[in-house]
Design a protein around this ligand. Structure first.
Ligand code: SF4
Length: 324
């Protein structure tokens, strides 16, 4: 009788994965603020959308709040990587808070585009997810000019004042392919629709999706490490499935991986969202190794080198502290 050997279990590890420059900057901002001013340092909203990052910073003395009104006057408050509407800065000033703005510079860029097109009296069609913090922040820059388009389904109902003066902008962490579908549908309705001067979907979101697309077809299972409120992490699961992965799951921690998922798989892809520290991915690889997945190949699609300097207001205080 012919002997049938089982195919070897293997892991395809996506690179780039995990922390992007904006998340790294935001997390380091809170850590440095804690060192410099001492706890408590208040943080408005989750600094980045990752459970583990938030609980680690909490253990070091960060206090997460939803709104400025929960922060005692005179305290330090850090604004999250997703950005805030101008009114949030005003509220902080009125309350006598010292605000440190950890908004990712790539979100700030979209805010600037929104202000510029609003000043030129365009209607701005903002493609993004209703209720997401970044969308709320960007909309706050020009509430009278921005209309939310939450995917293709919204295209038919969106109203503009002048179809010859319309531009689309987007949230930074969307699916590239879905966004292009939405843009095509918008262009059919508004042939003179203008595009943003440069990509709004950020490099990190695009790169993480690109490498997942590359590996997904070969995978029986793609595990994405990330939290359920992390837009770019959720998109990675969708992209993996659309690109041919037989199954894909989002997990915050290795302990959430079910044996049945692994029993059914021979090739497992692993990646992580832009707000995920790599030790959580290592935990997933350890869990996979226990299950016989010891053959790990890293697939790198593009090298990332971008870094951002820390918020100006923090750097100024760090320099003053070092000088004294
Ligand atoms: S995912 Fe993109 S926009 Fe968001 S923090 Fe990272 S680099 Fe900035």
């Amino acid at each position: 009788m012919e002997h049938m050997s089982k195919p070897a279990k293997r892991v395809l590890l996506a690179k780039p994965r995990g922390y992007c420059a904006g998340v790294d900057r935001a997390v380091v901002t809170v850590e440095k603020a804690l060192e410099l001013y001492g706890p408590p340092v208040y943080v408005r909203k989750q600094i980045v959308h990752n459970k583990h990052v938030v609980s680690t910073l909490e253990s070091k003395g960060a206090v997460f709040v939803e709104e400025n009104e929960e922060v005692p006057p005179g305290s330090i408050v850090v604004f999250s990587a997703h950005g805030v509407a101008p009114v949030v800065h005003e509220e902080a000033r009125e309350r006598g808070l010292k605000a440190i703005d950890a908004t990712c510079p790539l979100v700030t860029k979209v805010h600037a585009e929104a202000r510029r097109f609003a000043a030129a009296d365009y209607d701005i069609l903002l493609i993004g997810h209703d209720g997401h913090e970044e969308v709320i922040g960007t909309t706050g820059e020009a509430p009278d000019h921005i209309k939310l388009v939450d995917g293709v389904a919204d295209v038919d109902s969106v109203e503009v004042r002048d179809p010859e003066k319309v531009v689309w902008l987007s949230q930074t962490t969307l699916s590239v392919d879905e966004t292009m579908d939405t843009v095509s549908a918008l262009k059919r309705r508004f042939p003179l629709l203008q595009a943003p001067p440069s990509d709004d979907i950020c490099y990190a979101t695009q790169n993480r999706q690109q490498v997942v697309k590359q590996i997904a077809e070969e995978c029986d299972l793609v595990l994405v490490v990330g939290s359920t409120n992390s837009s770019n992490s959720v998109r990675l699961v969708e992209v993996a499935l659309q690109a041919g992965a037989a199954a894909s799951h989002l997990v915050d921690y290795a302990s959430e991986i079910e044996d049945a998922w692994l029993d059914a798989a021979t090739t497992v892809g692993v990646t992580s969202g832009a707000s995920v520290p790599d030790d959580l991915v290592q935990g997933v690889l350890d869990r996979l190794a226990e299950h016989g997945f010891t053959d790990v190949t890293e697939i790198e699609s593009v090298k990332e080198k971008l870094t951002f300097s820390l918020p100006r207001e923090l750097v100024k205080d760090m320099k003053a502290a070092a000088a004294s």
